[in-house]
Design a protein around this ligand. Sequence first.
Ligand code: 4AD
Ligand code: MG
Length: 431
Amino acid sequence: MTVKSTIQEVKHHVGQTVRIGCWLHNKRSSGKIQFLQLRDGSGFIQGVVVKSEVGEDIWEAAKELTQESSLWVTGSVREDDRSQSGYELTIQGIEIIHITQDYPITPKEHGVDYLMDHRHLWIRSPRQRAVLVIRAEIIRAIQQFFDDRGFHLVDPPILTPSSCEGTTNLFATKYFDEDAYLTQSGQLYMEAAAMALGKVYSFGPTFRAEKSKTRRHLIEFWMIEPEMAFVEHEENLQVQEQMLSHVVQTILTNCAKELKVLERDITKLQNVQGDFPRITYDEAIQFLQEQGHEIAWGEDFGAPHETAIAEHYDKPVFITHYPTEIKAFYMKPDPNRPEVVMCADLIAPEGYGEIIGGSQRIDDPALLEERFKEHELSMEAYQWYMDLRKYGTVPHSGFGLGLERTVAWICGLDHVRETIPFPRLLNRLYP
Ligand code: 4AD
Ligand code: MG
């Protein structure tokens, strides 16, 4: 009896005959045997066609198959220690669905622009598949972490009347007769949600019209934004280290195969658990100056600064208490030192830069009003946000984890463009 299977599921069918819908990834032949590398999205497996054991028509069908041709294959499953998947298929039948001509991505090297133009096909390759599988697993691990701890998933709007992270990089659009912007961050809405549900998190796309062409910047990226009522600075950092440890350890356990495809040095990830090191902004400035960097107190860090600091540690490192001047309007000043705020950026190891930005929020209505004036923000647009302080204000904190930078780091990639199925970059809206 033949059972329908996927490549992933053949382990349950050793010794049986299975039928799998798949594509030809690659092929090699040694006269009387053809070795078909097959893929079906769930995995890769080698199928063996032996001329003396199959009919002439099946032998010829195998010969006809080109890269990315689609087919139904029937064969018996064997365990095979030498193969990457651990299993092999002895092919008994081939039904061709479609013969592909001139597939644009061949096993030879292609330039990045060419591959990006063919992103819709490039994602079929083993490396890109591995990245997207890990991305999905990271999302699952994050949601599991929060769901298990009494957080509720809340979806903030994408079309908004005002900004969250400053007005310089907003994507403007029309909302009928009104001006609207694509969201830069769901945070302000998540603060409202935390006052309703206690502990909440969002997961959604955010948009920044940043004119930055770096390996860390996307125009459209996905953020996870937890927000917690009755939580202050210290506890906020603890949630971040616990969440990230859970994510990294889950990926090490569940995605070992994919990390291997990416040739990721996993010893660099194994350390990511327990407490993370912390330094203050002041200490970071002093450290950088000692290392010969030209940076003065009050300036923000650039990528080389973050990398220099991160190189010092084998875990992600928190930089806390940045100058009030250079951070967002909603951050709560340190009561003992109002020139700095109770915030932290979490810097990933190995030069991947800031992956989390978070803070305790201002809960005092008078101070928040003052900040609106200093930042020249319209009180009218933020009236609803002021209401959160007017009606039962409480200490609260939260943070935003950038998904793509996290994927880039865990996968060990050179650029965030490979961490999202269809990246939106400064000069790219296609495909
Ligand atoms: O530090 P950011 O701007 O913080 C916020 O938006 C807060 N409102 C979050 C909060 O407290 N709820 O952004 C958070 C993270 C960064 O640490 C980074 O990982 C990612 O979002 N990020 C980007 N990722 C890719 N491309 C970009 N252009 C990004 N800008 C920020
Ligand atoms: Mg930030």
